[in-house]
Design a protein. Structure first.
Length: 365
């Protein structure tokens, strides 16, 4: 799916020098590289604050807690997201409320959100899925009408924009992940919370440091979730290249559009009006998906599925009592979606091979 080795080759000298500084200074926790990254990423997005944390799941949990979501509160989120979106809600004792998605882009459907609001709704999580940006401007009045906050899940959208504004800056606060395969990926787990609200940023930093603003003075039950200095070194090197890498992803997506345009029965992705997508994933929809996936894998192509089981049908959320048929769009998509390899360094020859093997898997000449 992603050639991380090619990325590493491009940044190797810069990372080596940065790591040497870390070990020379023994600045392993909250070293200078962390502050540099936080400031640089906030500046990249045009956000007021960025707080580095240990991973994307922690980022969402801390964002929710800092935004005032409490145990027993309801949080509306799309049914077709990675389990971590719902986990972050559950870990603070709040209630995950899945809703269906729009049929074209598979982003959270504002109409379904409006129908799911109750007096207990405390937050709405738009997930910027696959490198797209959700329709947050349609969620803002819904949230305002019920006193809820918008907490963005921006784990798959570093650098994506909607109507000229970056994903992660459209709500009150956002959590993002720098898992290695993301558009901006670390060399291990890492994440961040982004917000224009200085008080929320300060609370995130306090909660991520065992609920402490001053050593041994703990004002809240927090957790240990800090961005590792070594990961910050890698992220600083990659952030300097992110805009260029995202542009290369866009060119690769355009190439797929041309190569696959004439394949009958294959539904290609399309950017929503107002969006500049960063193509974290290139997801088609096709009949007999599992057979086609197996054929591509047998041909040495790292195709995959994101995600095969909607949140409400996973064993972890059986207690919600939402069986098959609850969210037909998400469920139908889960049986047809197929992610083709896409990354900044993918070659035209590799994409041609993917197209040829997909054509063969579909039994086309």
């Amino acid at each position: 799916m992603v050639d991380l080795g090619a990325q590493q080759d491009e940044i190797a000298d810069e990372v080596e020098a940065g790591l040497k500084d870390v070990f020379t200074q023994a600045s392993f926790i909250s070293g200078p590289a962390v502050a540099e990254f936080e400031q640089s990423y906030a500046r990249f997005l045009g956000a007021g604050n960025c707080v580095g944390v240990a991973n994307g799941t922690d980022a969402l949990e801390l964002a929710l807690r800092a935004a005032g979501v409490t145990a027993g509160g309801e949080v509306i989120l799309p049914a077709n997201t990675f389990i971590a979106t719902a986990e972050a809600v559950s870990r603070i004792g709040a209630v995950a409320v899945p809703v269906d998605v729009d049929p074209e882009h598979l982003l959270i459907d504002p109409d379904r959100v409006a129908a799911a609001v109750t007096p207990r709704t405390q937050a709405i999580i738009p997930v910027h899925l696959l490198g797209q940006t959700a329709f947050v401007e349609r969620l803002v009045p819904i949230a305002s009408s019920c006193g809820a906050v918008i907490v963005e899940d921006a784990a798959q959208s570093q650098g994506a924009t909607r109507n000229g504004r970056f994903a992660g800056t459209l709500g009150l606060v956002a959590g993002t992940s720098f898992y290695p395969g993301k558009n901006l990926g670390a060399a291990g787990d890492a994440g961040a919370v982004v917000t224009d609200d200085a008080d929320i940023a300060a609370r995130v930093r306090m909660l991520g440091a065992h609920g402490s603003e001053q050593k041994y003075r703990h004002t809240a039950v927090g957790m240990n979730s800090r961005l590792d200095t070594i990961q910050a070194v890698v992220l600083n090197a990659k952030l300097r290249r992110l805009a260029g890498w995202n542009e290369r992803r866009r060119r690769a997506a355009d190439r797929y559009q041309e190569l696959l345009a004439d394949l009958p029965g294959v539904v290609l992705p399309r950017s929503a009006e107002g969006n500049t997508d960063v193509w974290h994933l290139y997801v088609i929809r096709v009949a007999e998906r599992d057979r086609v996936l197996a054929a591509l894998n047998d041909a040495g192509i790292g195709a995959a599925i994101h995600y095969p089981v909607p949140v409400h049908l996973s064993g972890a959320y059986r207690g919600l009592g939402l069986g098959p048929g609850s969210f037909p769009v998400a469920e139908q998509a889960a049986g047809a979606i197929l992610s083709l390899p896409i990354f900044p360094h993918i070659s035209e020859a590799q994409q041609q091979y993917v197209a040829d093997q997909l054509r063969a898997a579909l039994g086309l000449p």
